[in-house]
Design a protein around this ligand. Structure first.
Ligand code: PLP
Length: 393
C-alpha cells in the first residue's frame, strides 16, 4: 500500500505507539478480570484505578466522577437517558442543530416518543445562538446537551457561559466533548458542566473505549444495567487494555497538548491560507479564530465533494466530505445546512483534520496539488461553466 497522508483525524486517530506499548501486555500476559478476588485479577483493578486518575487529571475531574464506557456514543446516550430518568416529569429537552448523530438521532428518537425538543440554531459562521437557547429554557426542561466543539467545522461553543445560565435555571447540562478533549484544554470544574462525554479514539487511544464525567452529586441512573462494575454505574467487564490505553493517551495529552496543538494550528493555517489564496470560489466553514486548532472545513463551489475525495485518495490523501448519503442521494450534512452554506458550495465541502503526526512536507504536498485538482474538476463541471459564462456576461 502506498504511503498515506492522513488528514481525517476527527474521524479517528492513530493509536500512539506509546499507548500501544502500554496496552499490549494486558491482552496476553495479564488477562485477568479486574473484579476477581485473586491477586492476578486485582492487579488489573489497580491499573484501571491509575487510568481513571490520569483521565480525571486531563479534564480536572475527581477520579470518582469518571465512568468508563465503550465509546462517545454510549457516553452521550448514558448522560441523556440518566437526566431523563432522574426527571421523569420533565418533558422538554434542548440541543443544537449541529450535534453529532450520537446526540442528534437520540433527540429525534425522543421527539417521536413524547419529548418536546428545542433545536438551537447557529449562524453562518457556526456560532451558537446563545440568546435563543436562554429564551427556551423552562421549568419543564430536563436537560440541555450542547457540544463543546463541532466535529465538522471545529467551531467551539461557549460552554462556560451556557453552564452558568443553565445552572441558574436548575437545568442539567451535558456536553459532548468528544472532539475537544485532547485537542484543547478542557476543565470540567471551570466549565461548570454536569456531565461530559469523551472518546479515546479521537486522541490516540484505541477505538472501543470512552468515558462519561458525572459531577459529584448529580442524580444518575445507569444505562447499561448489569454487574457492579464502575460502582454500579455501568455494568459490563471493563475493557482493561483499552482503558489503560486511554489513561496513557490522557497522560500524553496533558503533558504535550498545548505545544503540539500550537504546531498543528500552524500547519492547519498554512493549508487554510494556501487554499483560500489560490483556489477561487472557496468558502471557509466556521469562524476563523474560535475553532479547534486541527480542523479545516472548506467548500469548493461547483464541484462534488466525493469527486474531490476520490482524487485526493489517488494522491494518497485521506480527508472527508461534508455530505451524507441518505436514500441514495448525496445531501450536504445537517451541519452545513444549519450554517446555511449555499447549495452550490455545500456539495463541494471537504474537512481536513490534522494531528500532531502530520508534517509540513505532507501539508505542502497537498498544497501543491489542490489548486490544479479543483481546476480539473471544475473544467468537467457544467455548473462551473455556466457560472463562469454568467460572470463574463
Ligand atoms: N460526538 C462527536 C462530536 C463525535 O465527533 C463523535 C465521533 O465522530 C461521537 C460523538 C461518537 O463517538 P464514538 O465514535 O466514540 O462513538
Amino acid at each position: 500500500m502506498k504511503p498515506v497522508i492522513y488528514l481525517d483525524n476527527n474521524a479517528t486517530t492513530r493509536v500512539a505507539p506509546e499507548v500501544l506499548e502500554e496496552m499490549l501486555p494486558y491482552f496476553s500476559e495479564y488477562y485477568g478480570n479486574p473484579s476477581s478476588m485473586h491477586t492476578f485479577g486485582g492487579m488489573l483493578g489497580k491499573k484501571v484505578v491509575e487510568a481513571r486518575e490520569k483521565l480525571a487529571d486531563l479534564i480536572n475531574a475527581d477520579p470518582g466522577e469518571i465512568i468508563f464506557t465503550s465509546c462517545g456514543t454510549e457516553s452521550d446516550n448514558t448522560a441523556i437517558y440518566a437526566a431523563l430518568r432522574s426527571n421523569p416529569q420533565k418533558r422538554h429537552i434542548i440541543t443544537t442543530r449541529v450535534e453529532h448523530p450520537a446526540v442528534k438521532n437520540l433527540y429525534e428518537h425522543l421527539a417521536k416518543n413524547g419529548y418536546r425538543v428545542t433545536w438551537v440554531p447557529v449562524d453562518r459562521k457556526g456560532n451558537l445562538d446563545v440568546e435563543y437557547l436562554y429564551d427556551h429554557i423552562s421549568d419543564n426542561t430536563a436537560i440541555a446537551s450542547i457540544m463543546w466543539a463541532n466535529n465538522e467545522t471545529g467551531v467551539i461553543f461557549p460552554v462556560e457561559k451556557i453552564a452558568h445560565a443553565l445552572k441558574e435555571k436548575g437545568v442539567l447540562f451535558h456536553t459532548d466533548a468528544v472532539q475537544a478533549v485532547g485537542k484543547i484544554p478542557v476543565d470540567v470544574k471551570k466549565a461548570g458542566v454536569d456531565m461530559l462525554s469523551l472518546s479515546g479514539h479521537k486522541f490516540h487511544a484505541p477505538k472501543g473505549v470512552g468515558a462519561l464525567y458525572v459531577k459529584k452529586g448529580t442524580k444518575f441512573a445507569p444505562f447499561m444495567i448489569g454487574g457492579h462494575q464502575e460502582k454500579g454505574r455501568r455494568g459490563g467487564t471493563e475493557n482493561v487494555a483499552a482503558i489503560i490505553g486511554l489513561g496513557k493517551a490522557a497522560e500524553m495529552a496533558k503533558s504535550d497538548m498545548v505545544d503540539e496543538m500550537q504546531r498543528v494550528r500552524m500547519l492547519r493555517d498554512r493549508l487554510e491560507n494556501h487554499i483560500l489564496d489560490t483556489v477561487p470560489n472557496t468558502l471557509l466553514n466556521g469562524v476563523r479564530e474560535n475553532r479547534l486548532p486541527n480542523t479545516l472545513s472548506v467548500s469548493f463551489e461547483y464541484v462534488e465533494g466525493e469527486s474531490i475525495l476520490l482524487m485526493l485518495d489517488q494522491l494518497g490523501i485521506c480527508a472527508s466530505s461534508g455530505s451524507a448519503c441518505t436514500s441514495g442521494t448525496l445531501e450536504p450534512s445537517h451541519v452545513l445546512r444549519a450554517l446555511g452554506v449555499p447549495f452550490t458550495a455545500a456539495h463541494g465541502s471537504i474537512r481536513f483534520s490534522l494531528s500532531h503526526y502530520n508534517t509540513q512536507e505532507e501539508i505542502d504536498y497537498l498544497c501543491g496539488h489542490i489548486p490544479r485538482l479543483i481546476e480539473r474538476l471544475r473544467e468537467m463541471s457544467p455548473f462551473w461553466k455556466q457560472a463562469a459564462s454568467c460572470s463574463t456576461q
